[in-house]
Write a protein that binds this ligand. Structure first.
Ligand code: EPZ
Length: 454
């Protein structure tokens, strides 16, 4: 495998975004796809490699542009990155970590959200860090206040510059008591990656506990960290003086697995997702079953298909162990094919239904309520952020000319085009490469009918 910067076209805000597909839909997607390591673990584990004194090996790394961006940022800081002894493995040697020039780092401004996680490791290694302006999907404000508040508690000095932030730690980093206002995935990772080498003990309350975070804790423990996971979202980290490299096989990408499952339901096909594991997808599988989707759990993966006519369902996105915000977009395409009213309450991001405009253009009946539906309590109340989408099915979808807005919304556009009768033109396909490896090859393997036209 080769993971190269070519995939990111020089670190632009929307890597490789311009590709166009002509998709002829209306036929089931059937066959087998395999999912590799989770984007949302792999990129963080790559950052963790910076903390070790010796070489780390990460396995099952997907060839996606987010990985290419993080690889380049590691290389800019002097980490030697090469392919390992098996396809999809990366070897990261941090023995010559050095400060990078601001201009070199700045070349990656707007390309990903992962650079914010370089703060702690760079402060430990170099005593300073420059983090460029962040990118990632435009699905809301996506502030970094939890990150910066936590870093300040560790003793970091944060200076905002026109093109990013500069951090220093004149007194070194010290363990802290941190209570997150919300169980943010990124802020929890920020605390973990900073606390493992801070002096003293850190107690993190209201932590995110996504399976990818548990896998990152596993990586850090292999490196020599002491981290205990206590009841009620509390994580305690005892700082250590030195960490070594790790050898780790990444947890599978449950977001990609859920995406292919939704594709099977939407197109009335049958897809075996090799590498998917039941334990990390229990909440998603319950939603599938309520929709009258069917699945067969096997040792090496999960087979998804309809169990008959699809039924409407109500879901509420949430932090783990709730229904992930990244699952709602592909599943909404399947909901357009269910007879009756489905509802999705989005409580994690404040702007994650923009993709439904294109679905409506294709014939769906989806009404977005920008301030949510006031119909009962949510598990984590965040009324100021909440929105809801009401999907009335079953609607026949027809081809249309559509533009991919973000990663998960973009994937759902492709699935909608494959569900629709007639031909669709789907633009900006490259955005989907941020998180879906070998997308076009996998679609071909499943019998999709499309051409790359630009
Ligand atoms: C991670 O984003 C994932 N990204 C997202 O996946 C995923 O949707 C999200 O977690 C939720 O599971 C990566 O892992 C790279 P958060 P992250 O911090 O860490 C607010 C995908 O498609 N917040 O848990 O950025 C924030 O605005 C992507 O794969 C603050 O207010 O998510 C949001 O409303 C998209 N201040 C909520 O918390 C902060 O400082 C959850 O964000 C940080 C977050």
């Amino acid at each position: 495998m080769s993971i190269t910067l070519n995939d990111t076209r020089g670190g632009s805000a929307q890597p490789g975004g311009e590709e166009i597909l002509a998709i002829r839909g209306g036929r089931p997607l059937s066959g087998r796809v395999s999912v590799k390591g989770a984007k949302n673990l792999v990129t963080k584990a790559m950052v963790a490699a910076l903390l070790g004194e010796t070489t780390s090996v990460l396995r099952d790394v997907p060839n996606i542009s987010d990985v290419a961006v993080v690889r380049s940022l590691l290389e800019v800081h002097g980490v030697h990155v090469s392919e390992g002894d098996e396809p999809g493995s990366l070897v990261m040697d941090p023995s010559e970590v050095e400060s990078a020039h601001m201009e070199e780092i700045d070349a990656y401004a707007g390309s990903s959200r992962i650079p914010i996680l370089f703060c702690g490791p760079l402060l430990h290694r170099l005593g300073q860090a420059f983090i460029p302006d962040l990118g990632g999907c435009r699905i809301g404000d996506r502030p970094i206040d939890f990150h910066l508040d936590a870093l300040r508690k560790f003793g970091a000095v944060v200076e905002k510059l026109p093109s990013g932030i500069r951090l220093s730690a004149p007194q070194g980093l010290k363990g802290a008591n941190i209570h997150l206002p919300y169980p943010s995935v990124g802020a929890t990772e920020q605390v973990l990656l900073t606390a493992v080498r801070a002096s003293g003990t850190t107690e993190l309350k209201n932590a995110a506990i996504e399976p990818e975070i548990m896998d990152l804790i596993g990586v850090l423990q292999k490196m020599g960290a002491i981290i205990s996971y206590e009841p009620n979202r509390v994580i305690v980290i005892e700082g250590v003086d030195e960490l070594r490299g790790y050898d780790h096989r990444a947890i599978f990408d449950r977001n990609e697995a859920a995406s292919w499952a939704a594709a099977a339901l939407a197109t009335d096909g049958e897809i075996f997702v090799e590498g998917a594991r039941q334990q990390d997808m229990l909440t998603f599988l319950n939603a599938v079953r309520r929709m009258n989707g069917d699945f067969d759990i096997r040792e090496d993966g999960i087979l998804f298909r309809r169990g008959g006519e699809l039924r409407p369902v109500t879901v509420e996105t949430d932090v783990h162990p709730g229904f992930m915000t990244d699952w709602q977009q592909p599943l909404i395409v399947a909901m357009t094919q269910a007879e009756g009213e489905s509802i999705v309450h989005e409580t994690v991001y404040e702007n994650r239904f923009g993709f439904t405009d294109a679905l409506n253009k294709m014939g769906a009946n989806i009404v977005v309520h920008p301030h949510g539906l006031q119909d009962g309590p949510r598990r984590v109340p965040r009324r100021q952020l909440e929105q809801a989408a009401v999907i009335n099915g079953k609607t026949a979808l027809h081809g249309a000319d559509i533009v991919v807005p973000d990663l998960r919304g973009g994937y759902s556009h492709v699935i909608a085009a494959l569900t629709a009768e007639g031909e669709s033109t789907v633009r900006n396909i490259g955005i989907i490469r941020r998180g879906y490896e070998r997308l076009l090859e996998k679609l071909t393997d499943l019998g999709a009918d499309f051409d790359v036209v630009g």
